[in-house]
Design a protein around this ligand. Structure first.
Ligand code: G6P
Ligand code: MN
Length: 447
């Protein structure tokens, strides 16, 4: 089995390789091809993987290339984890929105729209190459904004592309833990869009134990989301929102914290990652230890501005282990390749799951996965306030997809203007101008 990783020089690739190293069963991945535009990043990550694989007799062989077509030919699975425009692009996405007084974040609000506009033409090209060179391959998309990107790729690849995110898994794990349930045995009732979903139930042996959480103030305030949103707000909602909903429910506070911060998340990571790759360019640097050190810092500082805005302290020790997206990816691959049935929260086409959305709209929902792919499970409808956010943001995503396809500036303005976290059409116009002036990748917005 051959796995191709697009964005193979990316910082999180060793997490994926680490998960592969733990798989010794028949039908496992035996060959990994790393593709990246940047050869120096590829060799840095290849060094980390080489050390990870030391002493593992059946470690998957690793090759690296900067040629996309070569990377795709013969692939059984393709992981896409690219960052168009790099972290400099992410920092600019954040900065330009914040200067306008609205949220600049990797996937949410104006920043997420800008990132989507830059990324969609690239992933559409990639999807076309996959359709031609590896038509039977399954594509697992981590590239953010993951919902929008998965939807764009699904227009070409259909249900052969599945999007993944670690945030629902992390949420489910935290809630299960405080309720004393085994995370792997609990059924998590979660639905929404990527980075915009709610956990409404947690069933153990068919019985929903979530009400117990809402009855106990100490329990409710004892984990990340309880602290971030506050117990009173969680009770009002009657559900536990994905942490990214902090940007919506506490938007003013989040924007203020981001604006007052010395550096945005993107700018912070830009410096951190530049340091990492530079260190890795030196022959004496111990690859794995260096990577672990930087990963620990990345995890510890995740959403630090939001935690600061909420007046809560550090992340829990248990949350500092990486979110587990590599485990979701591996479980997904095994379920498809070996028909090892699994239930996973994934980004897939809606079909009839949420009746307020089109069948082709990509949503995030628990799915049964087998050799035929991922099948969304029937869920209860969302309450109106959640339907409002989900449909508004899905409408925005639709405009981003349309703008990326047509190159229409007016459509791009519409995408920004319709977003619930952008409060003015005039601001939306200025945002489009600001982003187009900054990013060469937006030159296609011409008419
Ligand atoms: C979570 C999200 C990912 C996102 C990451 C950002 O894991 O689910 O979609 O890429 O956080 O973390 P970063 O360290 O890049 O801010
Ligand atoms: Mn995510």
């Amino acid at each position: 089995m051959r796995l191709t990783i697009l964005g193979g020089g990316g910082f999180r690739v060793p997490l994926v390789y680490g998960a592969l190293l733990g798989d010794h069963a028949e039908g496992r991945v035996t060959q990994v091809t790393l593709f990246d535009l940047d050869a120096a990043r590829l060799s840095a990550i290849a060094r980390v993987l080489a050390e990870q694989g030391e002493g593992v007799p059946d470690a998957p062989a690793v090759t690296a290339t900067t040629d996309l077509d070569e990377a795709l030919r013969g692939a059984d699975f393709v992981f896409s984890a690219i960052r168009v425009g790099g972290l400099a692009g992410r920092a600019a996405d954040e900065r330009i929105a914040l200067a306008e007084g609205v949220l600049g974040q990797e996937t949410v609000g104006a920043g997420g729209i800008a990132y989507g506009l830059r990324t969609l033409p690239v992933v559409t090209h990639i999807a076309r190459r996959i359709a031609e060179l590896a038509p039977d391959a399954w594509v697992i998309n981590f590239t953010n904004p993951a919902g929008m990107v998965t939807e764009a790729m699904s227009r070409i690849l259909g249900d052969r592309v599945v999007g993944i995110c670690d945030s629902p898994v992390g949420l489910g794990r935290r809630v299960a833990r405080v309720l004393g349930a085994a995370p792997d045995e609990a059924w998590i009732d979660y639905v929404g869009l990527n980075h915009l979903g709610w956990l409404r139930g947690l069933k153990v042996g068919g019985h929903d134990v979530l009400p117990r959480l809402f009855e106990d103030d100490a329990l409710l305030g004892s984990f990340e989301e309880g602290r971030l949103f506050g117990t009173e707000w969680l009770r009002s909602l009657g559900a536990v929102p994905n942490e990214y909903l902090h940007y919506y429910y506490f938007n003013r506070e989040a924007v203020r914290a981001y604006r007052e911060a010395e550096r945005t998340r993107g700018a912070y990571l830009y410096d951190q990652q530049a340091g990492f790759y530079e260190e890795m360019g030196k022959p004496d640097t111990p690859p794995l230890a260096t990577w672990h050190r930087v990963l620990a810092d990345r995890e510890a500082t995740y959403m630090a501005h939001n935690r600061e805005a909420a007046g809560v302290g550090e992340r829990d020790e248990a949350d500092l282990e990486s979110g587990g997206y590599e485990k979701v990816a591996l479980a997904l691959m095994r379920a498809i390749a070996r028909n090892e049935r699994a239930t996973l929260i994934l980004n897939v086409r809606n079909r009839s799951t949420l009746s307020v959305l089109d069948a082709d709209a990509v949503i995030e929902v628990p799915c049964f996965v087998d050799a035929a792919g991922a099948h969304p499970v029937a869920v209860d409808p969302l309450p109106y306030h959640a339907v409002g956010l989900v449909t508004a943001v899905k409408a925005v995503e639709g405009e981003v997809l349309a703008a990326a396809e047509s190159g229409s500036r007016a459509t791009a303005v519409k995408a920004f203007a319709l977003h619930p976290l952008v409060d003015s059409v005039t601001a939306a116009r200025r945002l489009v101008d600001g982003y187009a002036a900054e990013h060469a990748g937006l030159a296609y917005l011409r008419h």
